[in-house]
Design a protein around this ligand. Structure first.
Ligand SMILES: Cc1cc2nc3c(=O)[nH]c(=O)nc-3n(C[C@H](O)[C@H](O)[C@H](O)COP(=O)(O)OP(=O)(O)OC[C@H]3O[C@@H](n4cnc5c(N)ncnc54)[C@H](O)[C@@H]3O)c2cc1C
Ligand SMILES: NC(=O)c1ccc[n+]([C@@H]2O[C@H](COP(=O)([O-])OP(=O)(O)OC[C@H]3O[C@@H](n4cnc5c(N)ncnc54)[C@H](O)[C@@H]3O)[C@@H](O)[C@H]2O)c1
Length: 440
Protein backbone atom coordinates (compact mmCIF):
# COMPACT_ATOMS: atom_id res chain seq x y z
CA UNK A 1 0.00 0.00 0.00
CA UNK A 2 1.38 3.43 -0.95
CA UNK A 3 1.04 6.25 1.58
CA UNK A 4 1.16 9.70 0.00
CA UNK A 5 0.03 13.23 0.84
CA UNK A 6 -2.29 13.94 -2.12
CA UNK A 7 -3.66 11.93 -5.02
CA UNK A 8 -4.98 13.98 -7.94
CA UNK A 9 -7.30 11.98 -10.20
CA UNK A 10 -7.28 13.43 -13.73
CA UNK A 11 -4.57 15.47 -15.44
CA UNK A 12 -6.70 18.15 -17.12
CA UNK A 13 -6.31 21.88 -16.41
CA UNK A 14 -7.91 21.49 -12.95
CA UNK A 15 -5.81 18.53 -11.81
CA UNK A 16 -2.58 20.00 -13.19
CA UNK A 17 -3.09 23.37 -11.49
CA UNK A 18 -3.68 21.64 -8.14
CA UNK A 19 -0.77 19.21 -8.48
CA UNK A 20 1.76 21.90 -9.46
CA UNK A 21 0.80 24.06 -6.50
CA UNK A 22 1.04 21.16 -4.01
CA UNK A 23 4.28 19.70 -5.33
CA UNK A 24 6.69 22.02 -3.51
CA UNK A 25 5.41 20.87 -0.10
CA UNK A 26 3.96 17.41 -0.57
CA UNK A 27 4.32 13.95 -2.09
CA UNK A 28 1.83 14.15 -4.96
CA UNK A 29 0.66 11.48 -7.40
CA UNK A 30 -1.35 12.36 -10.49
CA UNK A 31 -3.30 9.55 -12.10
CA UNK A 32 -4.59 9.70 -15.70
CA UNK A 33 -6.37 6.99 -17.65
CA UNK A 34 -6.21 8.63 -21.07
CA UNK A 35 -4.27 11.58 -22.53
CA UNK A 36 -2.03 13.63 -20.21
CA UNK A 37 -3.26 17.21 -20.18
CA UNK A 38 -6.95 16.25 -20.35
CA UNK A 39 -9.63 17.67 -22.63
CA UNK A 40 -8.56 21.25 -23.25
CA UNK A 41 -5.18 20.85 -25.00
CA UNK A 42 -5.84 17.40 -26.53
CA UNK A 43 -9.46 17.45 -27.71
CA UNK A 44 -11.03 20.73 -26.62
CA UNK A 45 -10.22 24.44 -26.58
CA UNK A 46 -6.75 24.40 -28.14
CA UNK A 47 -7.14 22.09 -31.16
CA UNK A 48 -10.53 23.66 -31.87
CA UNK A 49 -9.03 27.14 -31.91
CA UNK A 50 -6.23 25.98 -34.22
CA UNK A 51 -8.79 24.85 -36.80
CA UNK A 52 -10.85 27.96 -36.10
CA UNK A 53 -7.96 30.32 -36.76
CA UNK A 54 -7.72 29.23 -40.41
CA UNK A 55 -11.49 29.23 -40.78
CA UNK A 56 -11.75 32.71 -39.31
CA UNK A 57 -9.13 34.07 -41.70
CA UNK A 58 -10.88 32.45 -44.66
CA UNK A 59 -14.20 34.04 -43.66
CA UNK A 60 -12.59 37.42 -43.10
CA UNK A 61 -10.83 37.26 -46.46
CA UNK A 62 -14.08 36.45 -48.30
CA UNK A 63 -15.79 39.43 -46.66
CA UNK A 64 -13.07 41.74 -47.88
CA UNK A 65 -13.32 40.67 -51.52
CA UNK A 66 -15.24 43.77 -52.60
CA UNK A 67 -12.69 45.96 -50.81
CA UNK A 68 -9.63 44.89 -52.72
CA UNK A 69 -8.63 41.49 -51.35
CA UNK A 70 -8.88 39.17 -54.36
CA UNK A 71 -8.25 35.47 -54.89
CA UNK A 72 -10.01 32.29 -53.85
CA UNK A 73 -9.41 31.11 -50.30
CA UNK A 74 -9.99 27.43 -49.63
CA UNK A 75 -9.46 25.26 -46.57
CA UNK A 76 -7.22 22.28 -47.28
CA UNK A 77 -8.54 20.09 -44.46
CA UNK A 78 -5.80 17.41 -44.33
CA UNK A 79 -3.08 20.10 -44.18
CA UNK A 80 -5.00 22.06 -41.54
CA UNK A 81 -5.31 18.84 -39.52
CA UNK A 82 -1.57 18.28 -39.82
CA UNK A 83 -1.08 21.77 -38.34
CA UNK A 84 -3.41 20.87 -35.47
CA UNK A 85 -1.64 17.56 -34.90
CA UNK A 86 1.77 19.26 -34.91
CA UNK A 87 0.56 20.69 -31.59
CA UNK A 88 -1.68 18.00 -30.12
CA UNK A 89 0.64 15.05 -30.82
CA UNK A 90 3.26 16.49 -28.48
CA UNK A 91 0.92 17.46 -25.64
CA UNK A 92 0.62 14.23 -23.58
CA UNK A 93 4.39 13.67 -23.39
CA UNK A 94 5.04 17.36 -22.63
CA UNK A 95 2.43 17.44 -19.89
CA UNK A 96 3.67 14.25 -18.27
CA UNK A 97 7.30 15.34 -18.35
CA UNK A 98 6.46 18.76 -16.91
CA UNK A 99 4.79 16.98 -13.96
CA UNK A 100 7.85 14.77 -13.52
CA UNK A 101 10.09 17.86 -13.61
CA UNK A 102 8.07 19.19 -10.67
CA UNK A 103 8.78 15.91 -8.81
CA UNK A 104 5.19 14.76 -9.16
CA UNK A 105 4.71 11.03 -9.64
CA UNK A 106 2.57 10.16 -12.67
CA UNK A 107 0.57 6.94 -12.94
CA UNK A 108 -1.24 5.81 -16.09
CA UNK A 109 -4.43 4.02 -15.07
CA UNK A 110 -7.98 4.36 -13.78
CA UNK A 111 -8.44 5.39 -10.15
CA UNK A 112 -11.20 3.53 -8.30
CA UNK A 113 -12.42 3.97 -4.75
CA UNK A 114 -12.52 0.78 -2.66
CA UNK A 115 -15.02 0.16 0.15
CA UNK A 116 -12.20 0.54 2.70
CA UNK A 117 -11.41 4.07 1.41
CA UNK A 118 -8.21 3.09 -0.40
CA UNK A 119 -7.77 3.92 -4.07
CA UNK A 120 -6.89 1.17 -6.51
CA UNK A 121 -4.92 2.10 -9.61
CA UNK A 122 -3.90 -0.85 -11.79
CA UNK A 123 -2.65 -3.42 -9.22
CA UNK A 124 -1.60 -0.90 -6.57
CA UNK A 125 -3.47 0.46 -3.57
CA UNK A 126 -2.99 4.07 -2.45
CA UNK A 127 -3.73 5.56 0.96
CA UNK A 128 -3.63 9.34 0.36
CA UNK A 129 -4.22 11.91 3.09
CA UNK A 130 -6.11 14.04 0.53
CA UNK A 131 -7.76 13.30 -2.79
CA UNK A 132 -8.65 15.78 -5.51
CA UNK A 133 -11.09 14.43 -8.09
CA UNK A 134 -10.69 16.26 -11.42
CA UNK A 135 -12.05 13.79 -13.93
CA UNK A 136 -13.91 16.20 -16.26
CA UNK A 137 -16.89 15.49 -18.49
CA UNK A 138 -17.69 13.28 -21.47
CA UNK A 139 -20.25 13.41 -24.30
CA UNK A 140 -23.80 12.56 -23.27
CA UNK A 141 -25.14 9.39 -24.91
CA UNK A 142 -28.47 9.74 -26.73
CA UNK A 143 -30.80 6.80 -26.21
CA UNK A 144 -32.29 6.62 -29.70
CA UNK A 145 -32.20 3.86 -32.30
CA UNK A 146 -28.96 4.26 -34.27
CA UNK A 147 -27.05 6.01 -31.47
CA UNK A 148 -24.06 3.81 -32.38
CA UNK A 149 -23.64 5.94 -35.55
CA UNK A 150 -23.20 9.17 -33.61
CA UNK A 151 -19.79 10.85 -33.34
CA UNK A 152 -18.55 13.26 -30.69
CA UNK A 153 -16.42 16.42 -30.69
CA UNK A 154 -13.18 14.44 -30.27
CA UNK A 155 -14.00 12.49 -33.45
CA UNK A 156 -14.65 15.78 -35.27
CA UNK A 157 -11.33 17.23 -34.15
CA UNK A 158 -9.58 14.18 -35.68
CA UNK A 159 -11.51 13.94 -38.97
CA UNK A 160 -9.14 12.91 -41.79
CA UNK A 161 -11.46 14.30 -44.49
CA UNK A 162 -14.31 16.78 -44.18
CA UNK A 163 -17.59 14.91 -44.97
CA UNK A 164 -19.89 16.48 -47.57
CA UNK A 165 -23.02 16.59 -45.38
CA UNK A 166 -22.94 16.85 -41.61
CA UNK A 167 -25.93 16.78 -39.29
CA UNK A 168 -25.27 18.27 -35.85
CA UNK A 169 -27.51 17.35 -32.93
CA UNK A 170 -27.85 20.19 -30.40
CA UNK A 171 -27.23 23.94 -30.70
CA UNK A 172 -24.92 24.73 -27.79
CA UNK A 173 -21.25 25.71 -27.65
CA UNK A 174 -19.82 22.66 -29.41
CA UNK A 175 -22.51 22.57 -32.09
CA UNK A 176 -22.14 26.21 -33.11
CA UNK A 177 -18.35 26.16 -33.01
CA UNK A 178 -17.81 22.94 -34.95
CA UNK A 179 -20.62 23.67 -37.45
CA UNK A 180 -18.90 26.89 -38.42
CA UNK A 181 -15.58 25.08 -38.95
CA UNK A 182 -17.27 22.35 -41.00
CA UNK A 183 -19.21 24.83 -43.14
CA UNK A 184 -16.20 26.98 -43.94
CA UNK A 185 -14.23 23.83 -44.76
CA UNK A 186 -16.87 22.99 -47.38
CA UNK A 187 -19.50 20.79 -45.68
CA UNK A 188 -23.26 21.27 -45.86
CA UNK A 189 -24.44 21.55 -42.27
CA UNK A 190 -27.83 21.01 -40.62
CA UNK A 191 -28.25 21.75 -36.92
CA UNK A 192 -31.14 20.13 -35.05
CA UNK A 193 -32.18 21.58 -31.68
CA UNK A 194 -35.02 20.18 -29.56
CA UNK A 195 -36.32 23.62 -28.53
CA UNK A 196 -35.96 27.19 -29.85
CA UNK A 197 -33.18 28.15 -27.43
CA UNK A 198 -29.72 27.78 -28.94
CA UNK A 199 -26.90 28.89 -26.59
CA UNK A 200 -29.43 29.22 -23.81
CA UNK A 201 -27.08 30.98 -21.37
CA UNK A 202 -26.35 33.92 -23.73
CA UNK A 203 -28.52 37.02 -24.35
CA UNK A 204 -31.29 35.99 -26.75
CA UNK A 205 -31.01 39.07 -29.00
CA UNK A 206 -27.35 38.49 -29.78
CA UNK A 207 -27.84 34.74 -30.21
CA UNK A 208 -30.57 35.56 -32.76
CA UNK A 209 -28.09 37.72 -34.71
CA UNK A 210 -25.46 34.96 -34.61
CA UNK A 211 -27.94 32.35 -35.87
CA UNK A 212 -28.95 34.68 -38.73
CA UNK A 213 -25.31 35.21 -39.75
CA UNK A 214 -24.69 31.45 -39.61
CA UNK A 215 -27.77 30.87 -41.77
CA UNK A 216 -26.39 33.37 -44.29
CA UNK A 217 -23.29 31.17 -44.63
CA UNK A 218 -25.59 28.29 -45.61
CA UNK A 219 -26.02 26.46 -42.28
CA UNK A 220 -29.59 25.17 -41.80
CA UNK A 221 -31.13 25.37 -38.34
CA UNK A 222 -34.03 23.09 -37.42
CA UNK A 223 -35.61 24.23 -34.15
CA UNK A 224 -38.23 22.46 -32.01
CA UNK A 225 -37.40 19.10 -33.56
CA UNK A 226 -37.32 15.90 -31.56
CA UNK A 227 -34.59 13.56 -32.75
CA UNK A 228 -36.15 10.11 -33.20
CA UNK A 229 -33.53 7.91 -34.86
CA UNK A 230 -30.43 7.64 -37.02
CA UNK A 231 -30.51 4.97 -39.72
CA UNK A 232 -27.71 3.72 -41.95
CA UNK A 233 -28.65 3.83 -45.65
CA UNK A 234 -25.81 2.41 -47.76
CA UNK A 235 -22.82 4.72 -47.22
CA UNK A 236 -24.81 7.54 -45.58
CA UNK A 237 -27.32 8.14 -42.79
CA UNK A 238 -30.87 9.35 -42.31
CA UNK A 239 -31.61 11.42 -39.23
CA UNK A 240 -35.33 11.29 -38.50
CA UNK A 241 -37.09 13.89 -36.36
CA UNK A 242 -40.79 14.30 -35.58
CA UNK A 243 -41.30 16.22 -38.84
CA UNK A 244 -38.44 15.51 -41.24
CA UNK A 245 -35.76 13.16 -42.51
CA UNK A 246 -32.32 14.69 -43.11
CA UNK A 247 -29.57 12.89 -45.05
CA UNK A 248 -26.02 13.03 -43.75
CA UNK A 249 -22.60 11.49 -44.34
CA UNK A 250 -21.60 12.10 -40.72
CA UNK A 251 -23.61 12.88 -37.57
CA UNK A 252 -22.23 14.82 -34.61
CA UNK A 253 -23.81 14.43 -31.19
CA UNK A 254 -23.39 17.81 -29.47
CA UNK A 255 -26.34 17.53 -27.09
CA UNK A 256 -24.27 18.21 -24.00
CA UNK A 257 -21.61 16.73 -21.74
CA UNK A 258 -22.04 14.79 -18.50
CA UNK A 259 -19.68 14.24 -15.54
CA UNK A 260 -17.04 11.60 -16.17
CA UNK A 261 -17.32 9.87 -12.80
CA UNK A 262 -18.71 6.38 -13.43
CA UNK A 263 -15.39 4.55 -13.24
CA UNK A 264 -14.47 6.10 -9.87
CA UNK A 265 -16.89 3.78 -7.98
CA UNK A 266 -17.93 6.68 -5.74
CA UNK A 267 -20.80 4.64 -4.29
CA UNK A 268 -18.20 2.44 -2.55
CA UNK A 269 -17.47 5.37 -0.22
CA UNK A 270 -20.85 7.15 -0.32
CA UNK A 271 -19.58 10.30 -2.04
CA UNK A 272 -22.71 12.26 -2.95
CA UNK A 273 -23.41 12.95 -6.63
CA UNK A 274 -26.28 14.35 -8.67
CA UNK A 275 -26.95 14.59 -12.41
CA UNK A 276 -24.55 17.58 -12.65
CA UNK A 277 -21.62 15.80 -11.03
CA UNK A 278 -19.98 15.40 -7.63
CA UNK A 279 -21.72 17.48 -4.97
CA UNK A 280 -19.34 19.92 -3.25
CA UNK A 281 -19.69 22.60 -0.58
CA UNK A 282 -18.35 26.15 -0.83
CA UNK A 283 -14.87 24.81 -0.02
CA UNK A 284 -15.01 22.32 -2.90
CA UNK A 285 -15.18 19.48 -0.34
CA UNK A 286 -17.23 16.41 -1.20
CA UNK A 287 -19.38 14.60 1.34
CA UNK A 288 -16.29 12.55 2.36
CA UNK A 289 -13.60 14.19 4.51
CA UNK A 290 -10.41 15.24 2.71
CA UNK A 291 -11.84 14.45 -0.72
CA UNK A 292 -12.30 17.45 -3.05
CA UNK A 293 -13.91 17.71 -6.50
CA UNK A 294 -12.94 20.44 -8.95
CA UNK A 295 -13.48 21.51 -12.55
CA UNK A 296 -15.98 19.99 -14.95
CA UNK A 297 -16.81 16.94 -12.78
CA UNK A 298 -18.07 19.03 -9.83
CA UNK A 299 -21.79 19.85 -9.63
CA UNK A 300 -21.89 23.64 -9.67
CA UNK A 301 -23.94 26.22 -11.51
CA UNK A 302 -20.91 27.74 -13.22
CA UNK A 303 -19.74 27.52 -16.81
CA UNK A 304 -17.56 24.43 -17.34
CA UNK A 305 -14.45 26.11 -18.66
CA UNK A 306 -10.68 25.70 -18.49
CA UNK A 307 -9.92 28.83 -16.45
CA UNK A 308 -12.62 27.84 -13.94
CA UNK A 309 -11.08 24.37 -13.52
CA UNK A 310 -7.65 25.97 -13.00
CA UNK A 311 -9.02 28.49 -10.50
CA UNK A 312 -10.61 25.67 -8.51
CA UNK A 313 -7.45 23.53 -8.72
CA UNK A 314 -5.44 26.37 -7.17
CA UNK A 315 -8.07 26.90 -4.49
CA UNK A 316 -8.23 23.19 -3.49
CA UNK A 317 -4.42 23.00 -3.31
CA UNK A 318 -4.25 26.13 -1.14
CA UNK A 319 -6.87 24.69 1.14
CA UNK A 320 -4.98 21.41 1.53
CA UNK A 321 -1.83 23.43 2.30
CA UNK A 322 -3.78 25.37 4.94
CA UNK A 323 -3.43 28.69 3.11
CA UNK A 324 -7.14 29.50 2.90
CA UNK A 325 -8.48 27.19 5.57
CA UNK A 326 -11.62 29.09 6.56
CA UNK A 327 -12.45 31.00 3.41
CA UNK A 328 -15.08 29.72 0.98
CA UNK A 329 -14.15 29.90 -2.69
CA UNK A 330 -15.00 33.30 -4.18
CA UNK A 331 -15.07 33.45 -7.95
CA UNK A 332 -14.37 36.61 -9.90
CA UNK A 333 -16.74 37.20 -12.83
CA UNK A 334 -16.29 34.45 -15.42
CA UNK A 335 -16.26 35.35 -19.13
CA UNK A 336 -17.33 32.82 -21.73
CA UNK A 337 -16.88 32.94 -25.50
CA UNK A 338 -18.41 30.96 -28.36
CA UNK A 339 -15.98 30.83 -31.28
CA UNK A 340 -18.34 30.64 -34.24
CA UNK A 341 -18.99 32.50 -37.51
CA UNK A 342 -18.62 35.54 -35.27
CA UNK A 343 -17.53 35.35 -31.67
CA UNK A 344 -20.19 35.72 -29.03
CA UNK A 345 -18.88 36.60 -25.57
CA UNK A 346 -20.44 37.49 -22.27
CA UNK A 347 -19.51 38.23 -18.70
CA UNK A 348 -21.26 39.12 -15.46
CA UNK A 349 -24.85 38.07 -16.18
CA UNK A 350 -24.83 35.29 -13.57
CA UNK A 351 -23.71 37.75 -10.86
CA UNK A 352 -26.51 40.31 -11.39
CA UNK A 353 -28.68 41.25 -8.43
CA UNK A 354 -32.38 40.71 -9.18
CA UNK A 355 -33.29 43.67 -6.91
CA UNK A 356 -31.37 46.21 -9.03
CA UNK A 357 -32.99 47.91 -12.02
CA UNK A 358 -29.98 47.84 -14.35
CA UNK A 359 -29.72 50.04 -17.43
CA UNK A 360 -29.34 47.67 -20.38
CA UNK A 361 -28.20 49.07 -23.74
CA UNK A 362 -27.48 47.21 -26.95
CA UNK A 363 -25.39 49.26 -29.37
CA UNK A 364 -25.19 48.27 -33.01
CA UNK A 365 -21.54 49.00 -33.84
CA UNK A 366 -21.56 47.32 -37.26
CA UNK A 367 -20.86 50.62 -39.04
CA UNK A 368 -18.54 52.13 -36.46
CA UNK A 369 -15.12 52.84 -37.91
CA UNK A 370 -13.31 49.97 -36.15
CA UNK A 371 -15.89 47.36 -37.22
CA UNK A 372 -16.45 48.64 -40.74
CA UNK A 373 -12.72 48.00 -41.19
CA UNK A 374 -13.28 44.24 -41.17
CA UNK A 375 -16.64 44.29 -42.97
CA UNK A 376 -18.42 42.26 -40.33
CA UNK A 377 -21.98 41.23 -41.17
CA UNK A 378 -23.07 42.46 -37.75
CA UNK A 379 -21.38 43.67 -34.59
CA UNK A 380 -23.24 44.47 -31.37
CA UNK A 381 -22.29 45.33 -27.84
CA UNK A 382 -24.63 44.98 -24.88
CA UNK A 383 -23.82 46.78 -21.64
CA UNK A 384 -25.53 46.35 -18.27
CA UNK A 385 -24.87 49.36 -16.05
CA UNK A 386 -25.56 49.46 -12.32
CA UNK A 387 -27.50 52.75 -11.77
CA UNK A 388 -26.20 53.00 -8.19
CA UNK A 389 -22.54 53.10 -9.18
CA UNK A 390 -22.71 53.90 -12.90
CA UNK A 391 -20.30 51.01 -13.36
CA UNK A 392 -20.47 48.12 -15.80
CA UNK A 393 -22.03 45.05 -14.14
CA UNK A 394 -22.29 42.73 -17.14
CA UNK A 395 -21.85 42.80 -20.90
CA UNK A 396 -22.06 40.77 -24.07
CA UNK A 397 -20.33 41.25 -27.40
CA UNK A 398 -20.99 39.81 -30.86
CA UNK A 399 -18.11 40.55 -33.23
CA UNK A 400 -14.91 39.09 -34.65
CA UNK A 401 -12.94 40.47 -31.70
CA UNK A 402 -15.36 39.63 -28.88
CA UNK A 403 -12.87 37.24 -27.25
CA UNK A 404 -10.35 40.00 -26.58
CA UNK A 405 -12.86 42.82 -26.05
CA UNK A 406 -14.69 40.85 -23.35
CA UNK A 407 -11.48 40.82 -21.32
CA UNK A 408 -11.69 44.63 -21.17
CA UNK A 409 -15.15 44.20 -19.64
CA UNK A 410 -13.73 41.63 -17.20
CA UNK A 411 -11.18 44.16 -15.97
CA UNK A 412 -13.75 46.96 -15.69
CA UNK A 413 -16.04 44.75 -13.60
CA UNK A 414 -13.44 43.00 -11.44
CA UNK A 415 -11.43 46.14 -10.74
CA UNK A 416 -14.61 48.24 -10.27
CA UNK A 417 -13.39 50.81 -12.78
CA UNK A 418 -15.80 53.74 -13.16
CA UNK A 419 -16.76 55.46 -16.44
CA UNK A 420 -14.91 58.55 -15.17
CA UNK A 421 -11.70 56.53 -14.87
CA UNK A 422 -12.25 55.05 -18.33
CA UNK A 423 -12.73 58.58 -19.72
CA UNK A 424 -9.41 59.60 -18.15
CA UNK A 425 -7.57 56.77 -19.90
CA UNK A 426 -5.69 57.17 -23.17
CA UNK A 427 -6.10 54.08 -25.32
CA UNK A 428 -4.11 53.27 -28.46
CA UNK A 429 -5.88 54.56 -31.57
CA UNK A 430 -7.34 53.26 -33.84
CA UNK A 431 -8.32 50.18 -31.86
CA UNK A 432 -11.56 48.63 -30.68
CA UNK A 433 -10.57 49.09 -27.04
CA UNK A 434 -10.55 52.85 -27.66
CA UNK A 435 -14.32 52.61 -28.22
CA UNK A 436 -14.76 51.78 -24.52
CA UNK A 437 -15.12 55.50 -23.86
CA UNK A 438 -18.35 55.54 -25.89
CA UNK A 439 -19.77 52.34 -24.44
CA UNK A 440 -19.48 52.50 -20.64
C1 LIG B 1 -14.72 20.54 -28.00
C2 LIG B 1 -14.50 21.33 -26.74
C3 LIG B 1 -14.11 22.65 -26.83
C4 LIG B 1 -13.89 23.41 -25.67
N1 LIG B 1 -13.52 24.72 -25.81
C5 LIG B 1 -13.29 25.46 -24.70
C6 LIG B 1 -12.85 26.81 -24.81
O1 LIG B 1 -12.69 27.36 -25.91
N2 LIG B 1 -12.60 27.50 -23.66
C7 LIG B 1 -12.76 26.93 -22.43
O2 LIG B 1 -12.49 27.61 -21.42
N3 LIG B 1 -13.20 25.66 -22.30
C8 LIG B 1 -13.46 24.91 -23.40
N4 LIG B 1 -13.87 23.60 -23.27
C9 LIG B 1 -14.07 23.06 -21.90
C10 LIG B 1 -12.71 22.66 -21.27
O3 LIG B 1 -12.04 21.75 -22.10
C11 LIG B 1 -12.98 22.04 -19.90
O4 LIG B 1 -13.73 22.93 -19.12
C12 LIG B 1 -11.68 21.71 -19.17
O5 LIG B 1 -10.87 20.82 -19.89
C13 LIG B 1 -12.03 21.09 -17.80
O6 LIG B 1 -10.87 20.70 -17.13
P1 LIG B 1 -10.91 19.53 -16.05
O7 LIG B 1 -9.54 19.47 -15.48
O8 LIG B 1 -12.04 19.72 -15.13
O9 LIG B 1 -11.24 18.19 -16.87
P2 LIG B 1 -10.60 17.54 -18.17
O10 LIG B 1 -9.77 18.48 -18.92
O11 LIG B 1 -11.72 16.87 -18.89
O12 LIG B 1 -9.61 16.42 -17.58
C14 LIG B 1 -10.08 15.29 -16.87
C15 LIG B 1 -9.10 14.15 -17.05
O13 LIG B 1 -9.42 13.11 -16.12
C16 LIG B 1 -9.18 11.85 -16.74
N5 LIG B 1 -9.95 10.81 -15.99
C17 LIG B 1 -11.29 10.66 -15.96
N6 LIG B 1 -11.63 9.65 -15.12
C18 LIG B 1 -10.49 9.17 -14.60
C19 LIG B 1 -10.19 8.13 -13.67
N7 LIG B 1 -11.14 7.41 -13.05
N8 LIG B 1 -8.88 7.88 -13.38
C20 LIG B 1 -7.90 8.59 -13.97
N9 LIG B 1 -8.13 9.61 -14.86
C21 LIG B 1 -9.41 9.89 -15.17
C22 LIG B 1 -9.65 12.08 -18.16
O14 LIG B 1 -9.06 11.13 -19.04
C23 LIG B 1 -9.16 13.50 -18.43
O15 LIG B 1 -7.88 13.51 -19.02
C24 LIG B 1 -14.09 22.82 -24.39
C25 LIG B 1 -14.48 21.48 -24.30
C26 LIG B 1 -14.69 20.74 -25.45
C27 LIG B 1 -15.11 19.29 -25.34
N1 LIG C 1 -15.87 28.06 -26.19
C1 LIG C 1 -16.02 27.40 -25.06
O1 LIG C 1 -15.73 27.91 -23.98
C2 LIG C 1 -16.56 26.01 -25.07
C3 LIG C 1 -16.62 25.29 -26.25
C4 LIG C 1 -17.11 24.00 -26.22
C5 LIG C 1 -17.54 23.44 -25.03
N2 LIG C 1 -17.46 24.16 -23.89
C6 LIG C 1 -17.93 23.59 -22.62
O2 LIG C 1 -18.43 22.29 -22.82
C7 LIG C 1 -19.78 22.21 -22.37
C8 LIG C 1 -20.53 21.25 -23.24
O3 LIG C 1 -20.78 21.82 -24.52
P1 LIG C 1 -21.98 21.27 -25.40
O4 LIG C 1 -22.10 22.12 -26.60
O5 LIG C 1 -21.83 19.80 -25.54
O6 LIG C 1 -23.20 21.44 -24.42
P2 LIG C 1 -24.30 22.61 -24.28
O7 LIG C 1 -25.03 22.28 -23.05
O8 LIG C 1 -23.69 23.94 -24.46
O9 LIG C 1 -25.25 22.38 -25.56
C9 LIG C 1 -26.05 21.25 -25.72
C10 LIG C 1 -27.23 21.67 -26.61
O10 LIG C 1 -27.94 20.51 -27.02
C11 LIG C 1 -29.33 20.74 -26.81
N3 LIG C 1 -29.95 19.42 -26.63
C12 LIG C 1 -29.95 18.66 -25.51
N4 LIG C 1 -30.61 17.51 -25.75
C13 LIG C 1 -31.03 17.55 -27.03
C14 LIG C 1 -31.75 16.64 -27.86
N5 LIG C 1 -32.19 15.46 -27.41
N6 LIG C 1 -32.00 17.01 -29.13
C15 LIG C 1 -31.55 18.19 -29.62
N7 LIG C 1 -30.88 19.11 -28.89
C16 LIG C 1 -30.60 18.77 -27.62
C17 LIG C 1 -29.39 21.64 -25.59
O11 LIG C 1 -30.60 22.34 -25.50
C18 LIG C 1 -28.21 22.57 -25.87
O12 LIG C 1 -28.58 23.63 -26.71
C19 LIG C 1 -20.29 23.65 -22.43
O13 LIG C 1 -21.33 23.86 -21.53
C20 LIG C 1 -19.07 24.43 -22.08
O14 LIG C 1 -18.97 24.53 -20.69
C21 LIG C 1 -16.99 25.43 -23.88
Amino acid sequence: MKKIDTLVIGSGPGGLAAAEKLAANQTVVVCENDLWGGTCPNRGCDPKKMLYSAVELAEQTKRFEENGLKGEVKIDWPTLMEFKESYTSKIPAQMQSSLKNSHIQTVQGTAQFQTNGLIKINDDFYDPKNIIIATGQKTRTLTIPGSEYLHNSSDFLSLKQMPKRIVVLGAGYIALELSNIARTAGANVDIIQHNDQPLKAFPKKLVGDLVRVMEETGINFHFNEEIKSVKRVEESFEVTTNTEVIRADWVLNATGRIPNIEELNLNNVDIETDSHGIVVNENLETSRANVYAIGDCAAKKLPKLTPVAEFEGNYAAERILGLNSAKPIRYPVIPSVVYSTLKLAQVGFDSLNSKIDYKITTTDVTHWYNYNLTKEPVAKIMTVIDPNTDRLAAGAILSSSADDMINQFVLLINQKISPVEVARTIFAYPSRSADLNYLV
